[in-house]
Design a protein around this ligand. Sequence first.
Ligand code: F6P
Length: 378
Amino acid sequence: MPKKRVGILTSGGDAPGMNAAIRAVFRRVKMISPDNEVVLFREGLNGLAGRLEVNFDRNIDRTRVRDIIHRGGTFIGTGRLVELADPPDSLQGPDRETWLLRQREIKDTAVVNLRQLGLDAIVVIGGDGSFKGCASIANAYQERFRTPLRVVGVPATIDNDIWGTEFSIGFDTALNNTVDALRKLRDTIDSHRRCAVLEVMGNTSGWIALSAGIAGGAVTIMLPEVPETYDPEQVLERIRTAARLDYRYIIVVMAEGVRKVSGRPRLGEELVRLIEDDAQIREALGRPLEARLNTIGYLARGGHPTAFDNLLASRLGVAAADQALTGETEPVMVGLVNNQIAVHPLSDATTRSPRLITPDDELLSVAWSLLVHADQPF
Ligand code: F6P
């Protein structure tokens, strides 16, 4: 097989396990032929569209990916290039023109860089926005040089909301970090017989909130996809029941995205006030219920990856390297379906993401069976 050159970048929000994925792509590419070359782009798509030499590590050797498998984050850096997406509708007139001009500049620089590097394929480890960005650069490359450039997407985001895979790299670690936080919170809440609202990561999707809420024993969970879960009156009803049932600790898990979809940017604070002022809760307990708002934030996204994430990243990385070397030209994404590696057209992932919680989701029905209900029968 003629020698091939493969570029790797991590893009969008960092996710624990990205380092293991980079390592797996490198090792597999070199295992297939030691003559193959791997280029690392720094700072995600910014590196791709930046100055050569400052932003690339050409033809790396195995020492470059040594001692990284246990580290969280991404050792080559990440970033977002929002201008690669279509300008938002709200942007009109000269601002829109400036956006589009910047988009053209980014693509021009990126395709020239790619040509100079002589790449056959790029493996992009990230979310659907990063996949779209890379695919549009590969399109521009094809138009300008009449040579295809294969793009292979590897799903990595703690939000676990990419279509075409049951798990994205980073989700399991973020989930475990969140459950760990929930347990710590529980110790102190239980000691004081208080209530805590824990805001967790998850912008448009509530997978972390739903899974952590079930695994950590929350009283209720507020999900961006399910409006009734973030209706304050319904949340209060559940807390009233928990108070009547004499719960020692009451934890509400709220996905961060709920603040946006509900149109109440300070919903967490509002809830705390409502809980502390609620007459029915006070009556049930014979005292007011003290409540606290806690936000886990980036603490969920950092830290060493779980074994599950590193295993997933290694499997997807090997599959991505194989896809990068096939000589096929259509952009694809690798994912995990029924615990098997699946390969999808990248356009399916970009048009069908985000993968959100649906009303018939099994995990949602598990939550309905296990959370506290306003009309709890036992
Ligand atoms: O990676 C996904 C995610 O962590 C979301 O949960 C969160 O809303 C978003 O990224 C925040 O990203 P940043 O603050 O890095 O832009």
